[in-house]
Ligand binder design. Sequence first.
Ligand code: HSE
Length: 430
Amino acid sequence: MKDCIKVGLIGLGTVGGGVARVLLENEKNLGARAGVPIRLVKITTLVMKNPLPFPLADGVLTSDVNDILDNPEIDVVVECIGGVGAALEFARRALKSGKHFVTPNKELIAKFGAELLELARQNGVNLCYEASVAGGIPIIHGLKNNLAADNVRKLFGILNGTTNYILDKMTQEGAEFADALAQAQELGYAEANPTNDVDGYDVAYKLSILAGIAFNTAFRFEDIHFEGIRNVSASDIAFAKRLGYVIKLIATGVDRGAAGVELRVHPTMVPVEHPLANVGGAFNAVFVEGDYIGQAMFYGPGAGSLPTASAVAGDVVDIAMNHEIAHSHPSMTTNFGLRKSVPIGEVSCEYYLRLSVKDQAGVLAQIATICGDLGVSLKNVEQPEAEGGNAELILITHPVREAAMQEAIARMGKLPVVNKVESLIRVGLA
Ligand code: HSE
């Protein structure tokens, strides 16, 4: 039995700074809950916050990461630097030298989780990443432990606060994407280069992690079809509202049995009465359907220094508890074997399509012919505006295969009477 669990922290930025604060400020309670004292003994950082927001004992701060990775006294390495360059090297070194590893790094786990979990298993240590999905929301432990007796069939997530903030601004204020993005950047939600968030990468990483746990397999990041929110316009949001929907960037994971698992991230029209439609601002939520629990939603802050730090430090406590009973649970995915993902072309759902067309006789007939030829059944057609010889046309389809819908759009785009296919948005959660 150890007299204390020693932690080394790599990175003292937004999340790392929060982790240091929680581990130091709440040290007494963490130790009491773990049954063994937990001490943050080393911190290394390239970017020094001056002055530090909390006092550190002499010798804790170091500029050399080897003071953590080569330090035989350190039991747990916490990585808060992000990316898959140095973070991957540090993870491999820590696990190979028998140290537990904790990270909030979704890209690292989505791309290298299988390799790192195997390393953890070989070395009898834990790899924990609760904060990698939905920040402070305990969704990974929720799925892995608390729903272990259930069979999750579907999950739908709002997993990116930045894009939810932007879409919410557009919904509440009628703002266009560029203006809402600028506001998100001013408030510090969106980064100067917002690609990772607004083009869907961040959500795709998180979905591959969650789906792996929910559906008992290891998905490759390449298995996820993902799109961002750049093409969502104020008009689409206004039409959605009239039709009884809110547009959200939804991560969808659905078990289709022998056909595989649907894994997709894209703007989705969510019925206003669905709980996910009311997740506003920068909040995250995961809506789960299981055989026994029925429907449940996990809701909370998906980012931010202290919410994320709370989840990271929770992993450290979990490791300390396990250490006390000499138990390692590196397999944070219940990996029963490989399952295939359903190709996006095979996915079937309802679609909203907005076209800019010439306002003249026969346009609708030409569009309807394409739909008829491809088996795309129309549920609703509207022509809300016509101006200067041009009109907007809104089509809502019945459920149809994505491949047929894409072919229909390609054919419509070639019609001389169609100025532009403005947008295509999937409708509903199914
Ligand atoms: N940038 C992410 C978000 C948080 O906006 O939700 C970290 O994944």
